[in-house]
Design a protein around this ligand. Sequence first.
Ligand code: ATP
Ligand code: MG
Length: 386
Amino acid sequence: MGEKKILVVEDEAIVAEAIALSLKKQGYQVVAIVTNGEEAIETAAQTQPDLVLMDIVLPGDMDGIAAAETIRTRFHIPTVFLTAYADEETLKRAKLTDPFGYIIKPFQQKDLYVTIEIALHRHELETKMRQALEIAEQKAERQTKYVSIAAHELRNPLSAIVGSAQLLQLNSSKFDEKIQLKCLDLMRYASQSMSQLIEDMLVIGRAESEQLKFNPAPLNLKEFCCHLVEQMQLSAEGKQRINFINSSKKTVAVLDQRLLHHIVSNLLSNALKYSPNGGEVRLEVEYLEKCDQDAEKNHQLPITNYPIVIFRIRDFGIGIPKEDQEQLFEAFYRCSNVGEIKGTGLGLTIVKKAVELHGGAIAFESAVGAGTTFTVILPASSQTQH
Ligand code: ATP
Ligand code: MG
């Protein structure tokens, strides 16, 4: 940990110099000495000290207590008050600002040191607690939002099922077999999309609560990809053709198979789905033992721990509009150009979580009407532990 930075607010020059000297001796860095409240606030904003040592009685309109209050609320910087005397009223006001320490002048060097150290420690703990609380609040907010969107998303397929069932029940004798099959088909499709949504929500829920674990094991990349491509090709119903290009001799990497399945299947499913006019979808896999300048230039992702595996999923479909690109990985986000293409906007959220659990990175390039390329880079050795 580096030197702690302290701002001294004291209007008596000799006292201020003595304090600064004493602080420096004890290993602190004195960022500035200022003489009034306004200056204290300005300098705190500029220098962002770890602590302010503040005289209570200061010249000008603002005393030390008011300045400390502003510095605390605006910048979350703790204050230790320094004072030669204090009447009951001043002490009461000081207490209200929740000071981190109080030193009566004249003071011993040791007292100054102990008070500052306790204040810094308390502030560090409070900062950690505040950050943890903020993260927990954000998580709770996200979860509430997810639950309400998911409930809404479940409503559509559920009403399709209920509607079709009622139609069949009331009119089955009047319907010919073709219409009956259509109703059943609709019900089957709606049930499938409900179950997919629930499955995706569970994966995201597990990731949010840190229950989605990273379990790396040696994996044959070629076999894994061939198998997945075969499966996905079936769902494409012959409209699009998936080409698997494996450009490395080494085929075994240490990865989490379940998470990798989420990554590649979601990206392939998107590439197929968002190429409604058919055409080629490409899955390229490359294993890099060590840094390769050309490959670095190509993917432009910050990777330091080799070996890595690069997955590139390329399509020539509808593309992703520029204005949608920033929010692409947000849960339930769907781009403005999806038209009638169905989806819930959860696939990429899952992909991102699975990439993060691997300690990897993801990026994409896209142009509307020309297609999209997603690049995923994963560290390929078991040293990556999370
Ligand atoms: P699902 O949860 O079923 O995957 P989805 O495909 O809509 O639904 P994501 O996979 O998270 O959700 O993708 C989010 C959005 O990003 C999509 O709705 C689509 O607008 C856009 N998108 C993703 N991949 C592509 C792609 N290859 N080409 C064009 N748009 C894409
Ligand atoms: Mg998707």
